[in-house]
Design a protein around this ligand. Structure first.
Ligand code: HEM
Length: 488
């Protein structure tokens, strides 16, 4: 609507935050028309003070994101693997999805080459289940001790305040476990055109527990029904030149236009004891489980069909954590997953505050009964309904534990030590299998993308990276070497 046609609507009386009517919101209170201002102009002070508090810390990673609400509907019976109600045949569960890039800050351009976050919050009748995955099935590291170092290489250099290709390639070339993820990142899949045209993965191995107390290892897959679409580096540069917000425009616009994106939900299942016999560690986040050994099993469909009406409250303040699981779904020994169980809720307490889970977007849609009390901004029930039951155990009918939800014991063994996560690990076969799947044009783009990302990287680091590509496949190293020459 053009400004001249915009109707003037006279609404409610404006007030201060304390509810008192505001008589004048155009002019500060001053001694004479030229000033100075009077300190009693609390209205001005409140306005400026509130503005100073408008920003909260952005996520330390995955700061730039796009989200929407929708549903998950179960179309196939997998009750022999899990008793989770969210997987009951025919069940429909409301959910929130947030997609993101990893490295960019809150204002980063959307169409940048990066891994995409694929975070889902299922508001189940048994509590919130968060699956905080990516658009790739593997990750750069397999030991969480490396995560802050890895992220430093993706963020800004402390002196130049610029992103550093040297840091990225130094770390990757010293961390061969990253080769699988780096190959995906530098392939066509490194710049999806928008959140709808990419798959999602839980990436880690999780566990399923069925009604008989049996445990299965599980990997989650979300297959886009929109098809895959990607930008080349040149297309992305062009797109970013036109708009830095293309993902927000695409996702928000698609839902506003009632074109609701969908993903098929599938799982790979491994019986508990088979984990002892696979030729690779099934809890290694840098590895996929071959589909020939563990085929995809159909489960259901996700549809996104509602935009947030308040981006800040519902998307920016959303708090996803891999530690949020529900009965019938469990963790696994994956070391990176184990570390993430700590990291997210800790980040939320810092980023959003003590009661982040009481914010409407994070609040479970089922009864919540615990004994945490007080704390900053405790605006919700603080035991008023049953004030004598504020500790546990108690004789006043307060909430109590429910042993029927106990997980079956997990066998673990071994001596406590700092085991070298690189010992005996094959970091080359799976990237080789992926490389062999690419056709010639895809390989050429992979080589060109890697060469482009190595601009300015010292030769010694480039050569180190090339020795790893050589071990994946001689054609891989040769292709990158040739692309580097054309680059110069
Ligand atoms: C966000 C830590 C690995 C996917 C975050 C955040 C932290 C974090 C602190 C910000 C949380 C917030 O402020 O809300 C870590 C650590 C990791 C790790 C310590 C490894 C040791 C991974 C992996 C994946 C992943 C392996 C995917 C498989 C995500 C996603 C988000 C995120 C999607 C954004 C969630 C959202 O949309 O709010 N991570 N992360 N991270 N991480 Fe990780």
């Amino acid at each position: 609507m053009s400004e001249s046609k915009c109707p003037v609507i006279h609404g409610k009386t404006m007030t201060t935050t304390a509810g008192a009517p505001v008589a004048d919101n155009q002019n500060s209170l001053s001694a004479g028309p030229r000033g100075p201002l009077l300190m009693q102009d609390y209205q001005l002070i409140e306005k400026l003070a509130h503005q100073n508090r408008e920003r909260i810390p952005e996520r330390v990673v995955h700061a730039k994101g796009w989200g929407a609400f929708g549903t998950f509907t179960v179309t196939h019976d997998i009750s022999k693997y899990t008793r989770a109600k969210v997987f009951a045949l025919g069940a429909t569960t409301p959910l929130l999805a947030r997609f993101s890039t990893v490295a960019g800050e809150l204002g980063a351009a959307d169409a940048e080459r990066d891994v995409r976050g694929f975070a889902l919050k299922f508001y189940t009748s048994e509590g919130n289940w968060d699956l905080v995955g990516n658009n790739t099935p593997v990750f750069f590291i397999r030991d969480p001790l490396k995560f802050p170092d890895f992220i430093h290489t993706q963020k800004r250099h402390p002196r130049t305040n610029l992103r550093s290709s040297t840091a990225a390639w130094d770390f990757w070339s010293l961390s061969p476990e990253a080769l699988h993820q780096v190959t995906i990142l530098m392939s066509d899949r490194g710049i999806p055109t928008d959140p709808m045209h990419m798959d999602g993965f839980g990436s880690h191995t999780y566990s399923f527990l069925n009604a008989d107390g049996e445990r299965f290892w599980v990997k989650f897959h979300f297959k886009t029904r929109q098809g895959h679409a990607h930008y080349t580096n040149a297309q992305a540069a062009d797109v970013i030149g036109q708009s830095r917000e293309t993902y927000q425009e695409a996702l928000f616009g698609s839902i506003e236009a009632h074109q609701y994106p969908k993903w098929d939900v599938k799982v790979q299942i491994m019986p508990e004891l088979e984990a002892d016999t696979t030729p690779y560690n099934p809890f290694d986040l840098t590895k996929v489980w071959p589909h020939s050994d563990y085929p995809l099993i159909e489960v259901g469909v996700i549809e996104l069909n509602r935009n947030a009406s308040n981006y800040f409250a519902e998307i920016e303040q959303a708090a996803f954590s891999p530690s949020n699981i529900v009965p019938g779904i469990g963790f696994s020994p994956d070391k990176v997953l184990q570390a993430r169980l700590f990291a997210y809720a800790d980040a939320h307490r810092y980023r959003l505050g003590t009661h982040y889970e009481a914010l409407p977007v994070n609040a479970p849609k089922c009864p919540v009964n615990h004994y945490h009390r007080d704390g900053s901004m405790r605006f919700f029930d603080n035991f008023q309904s049953n004030p004598d039951a504020y500790y546990e155990p108690n004789s006043f009918g307060g909430p109590s534990e429910a042993p029927q939800y106990r997980e079956p014991p997990l066998r673990i063994s071994g001596e406590a030590d700092r085991y070298d996560h690189r010992d005996g690990n094959d970091d080359y076969s799976q990237p080789r299998a992926l490389f062999n799947l690419f056709d010639d044009a895809q390989k050429a783009r992979l080589f060109a993308n890697i060469a482009a990302s190595m601009t300015g990287v010292p030769d010694v680091i480039v050569e180190r990276a090339l020795t790893h590509f050589e071990r994946i496949h001689p054609d891989y190293a040769e292709g990158v070497r040739a692309a580097l020459k054309t680059q110069k």
